[in-house]
Design a protein around this ligand. Structure first.
Ligand SMILES: *Cc1c(COP(=O)(O)O)cnc(C)c1O
Length: 449
């Protein structure tokens, strides 16, 4: 069976481009979407697709063991296997947050650990597709000299790493002083040209859009729909990991909002091809300090106004003018969606609570957890509902955030669960007394159930 996909304009289905063409916008200036030949995909039944995906899941036959490429026909069928640049992204743990769920009063609480990935965030899911397409373009003789992106940290880490693996030069634009050391170090280590600009993410985005008007420098931001195609596998994976059952809720943190629409796209494709017969509700969670989508939601999406994002510990979503705003609104409308926000206090405490029950949450995951907690308290999410929170990055990328939380020095936060190290004399009696106090504190804090 021959499967095919192409870029299409949203307002004109006849305006099409090959996926290997350097093009980001339609003639009317809208974003392009990847469209698949659904009639060809329908030649296989839903059960046959499930069996195929199961047979490839986490296996070694190149490149199908990757969570993304195991669904190659649905993601990017036009790439030859030789050009795939993969680090076996996807297939991440769906963590049963049993103790946190009990604390919060929901029976079925899960965290999809997308940060357990090669570069430590979900950005790998999209970058494997984009860099593979670039490799194919270069193989076909397209004069691409480098790939560039603006980033709040994780996109540049993924771009630089996949570029390094493929031997393709990369250029990253970062807002000076607004990304964590761990995030800055990754593109440096991978040999990217790292440009620290004295502006915010939105300012970097404007510069990179101009620079990539040059056809020789390919744009890797998520307005490039190739990334969305890889990222959409997260929704498919979650359903697969529940043996093809659909959870009631999926909660996802949103900044530039590409990932929110990607989640929706994967689920809708399953729905259209008959693998599932209902859709979950999607909650997009924003930091209160960078909440343009939340503000629009409050007005029933009747108005949208970009804002200047204020500083937030959730630095990867400190975005005031999201590129994928329209896509995300369409997704939320289709999925009976909700937008909730979290203050610095709420996101930091939520992450700390999750950590104390065995997760290790980055601040963005903290935003999603805090939003979930609010919806449970309001009775919107109910006790028996199955809830999945998407964790977007590994907590280890944000050690400074956690350190500051436990030192009680985070801006706008008074830490509710600080656990600073105890300095004690190197003397057995002193140590015993500290241990006793600690055990007493724990005994008091565990309430009988
Ligand atoms: C990129 C990123 C997000 C936001 O994703 P968008 O597609 O920009 O909404 C959230 N969390 C982390 C850790 C990220 O790197």
């Amino acid at each position: 069976m021959q499967y095919n996909a192409w870029f299409a304009a949203q307002d004109n289905p006849n305006e099409r481009y090959p996926l290997t063409e350097v093009v980001y916008y339609s003639t009317s200036g809208g974003l392009l979407e990847v469209q698949h030949d659904l009639d060809a995909l329908r030649q296989r039944s839903a059960d046959e697709w499930k069996q195929l995906f199961e047979s490839r899941w986490m296996r070694t036959s190149w490149p199908y063991g990757s969570g993304v490429w195991g669904k190659k026909e649905w993601v990017c069928p036009v790439i030859s296997d030789d050009n795939v640049v993969s680090m076996f992204e996807g297939g991440t743990n769906l963590f049963w947050a049993e103790r946190l769920g009990i604390e919060l009063g929901v029976e079925n609480f899960w965290i999809k650990l997308c940060g357990n990935s090669h570069t430590g965030s979900f950005k790998d899911l999209g970058m494997t597709v984009l860099i593979s397409v670039v490799r194919q373009m270069i193989a076909e003789g397209k004069p691409i000299r480098a790939v560039a992106c603006a980033s709040t940290g994780d996109t540049s880490a993924a771009l630089a790493c996949y570029g390094a693996a493929a031997g393709i030069p990369t250029i990253v634009f970062l807002p000076k002083g607004k990304v964590s050391t761990a995030q800055l170090v990754q593109p440096i280590a991978h040999g990217a040209l790292v440009l620290a600009l004295d502006t915010d993410f939105d300012g970097c985005m404007r510069v990179v859009r101009s620079v990539t008007a040059d056809q020789g420098i390919y744009l890797a931001n998520s307005l490039n729909s190739l990334r969305i195609e890889g990222q959409k596998t997260v929704g498919i994976e979650i359903v697969q990991q529940f043996d093809w059952h659909v959870p009631e809720w999926i909660v996802i943190p949103g900044g530039n909002l590409g990932n929110t629409s990607a989640l929706g796209r994967g689920l809708l494709m399953m729905y259209e091809l008959g693998l599932i017969d209902r859709l979950p509700r999607i909650v997009c969670a924003q930091a209160e300090n960078a909440n343009p989508l939340y503000r629009s939601y409050q007005q029933g999406f009747a108005h949208y106004e970009p804002m200047t994002a204020r500083a937030t510990a959730a630095s990867a979503i400190q975005i005031g003018d999201p590129v994928s705003i329209n896509r995300a609104i369409r997704t939320l409308q289709r999925f009976d969606g909700i937008v909730e926000q979290a203050s610095e206090q709420e996101l930091a405490d939520a992450a700390a609570r999750a950590d104390r029950t065995g997760a290790y949450a980055c601040p963005h995951t903290g935003v999603a957890l805090a939003a979930t907690i609010k919806l449970i308290k309001r009775g919107v999410i109910q006790k028996s509902d199955r809830v999945v929170v998407i964790s977007t990055a590994h907590g280890l990328k944000f050690s400074r955030f956690k350190e500051a939380y436990h030192e009680n020095t985070l801006p706008e936060v008074t830490s509710t669960y600080p656990n600073p190290p105890v300095e004690v004399a190197a003397n057995v009696d002193a140590v015993r007394s500290v241990i006793d106090q600690y055990m007493e504190r724990i005994a008091r804090s565990i309430s009988p159930r």
